[in-house]
Design a protein around this ligand. Structure first.
Ligand SMILES: [Mg+2]
Length: 177
């Protein structure tokens, strides 16, 4: 199968970067749109810069789990990042530096179109509005974050709170272990 994986909030710990840049407790981030939490659009643009992306910490167990998943499936990283010209190049460098296996990387393209074009059968996502859109056309694993705990029931979705769970779900041989 082709597996789509979002980056920020799924394999890159944006929550920790927000904490450091804005000095706010990540537990308090209840809305994906930070401008609804008193952060201005200008500050947000300032935050999403090459340095922030370069310094992001990988999410625990993500790289190891994806390595295992890639033995059975093709890995497509699909990110909305489009803040500046070199963002895709920087993203690929970050993925490589942090030991992530992948077949292809998409940055800044409409995710629904990418899923349709590539025939992605599963996508792992944390953004509530993307989860709603994508679950209309493919199966979605919701990666739990404080900003997506309030989504009600949606067909074609399941939830995971950590990468070990996703690995067990997507790797047939892992289930018995
Ligand atoms: Mg995300």
């Amino acid at each position: 199968m082709k597996i789509g994986i979002d980056i920020d909030g799924v394999v890159a710990d944006i929550s920790n970067s927000i904490k450091e840049f804005f000095n706010i407790n990540p537990e308090k981030i209840k809305d994906y749109d930070l401008t609804k939490q008193g952060i201005t659009q200008e500050k947000l643009i300032e935050f999403l810069n090459p340095q922030t992306y370069k310094n992001m910490e990988p999410i625990k167990d993500a790289a190891e789990s994806i390595k295992e998943i890639s033995k059975y499936h093709q890995i497509y990283f699909i990110s909305a990042r489009n803040q500046y010209k070199e963002v895709k190049e920087h993203t690929i460098q970050w993925l490589q530096n942090n030991g992530f296996q992948f077949d292809k990387v998409y940055c800044g393209e409409d995710k629904k179109k990418v899923v349709q074009k590539e025939g992605i059968e599963f996508i792992i996502e944390d953004n509530p509005s993307e989860i709603k859109r994508l679950s209309q056309i493919t199966r979605v694993i919701i990666f739990t974050q404080t900003w997506n705990t309030n989504i009600g029931y949606l067909k074609n979705t399941t939830r995971a709170i950590e990468w070990g769970e996703i690995k067990r779900y997507l790797c047939p041989n892992e289930k018995e272990q």
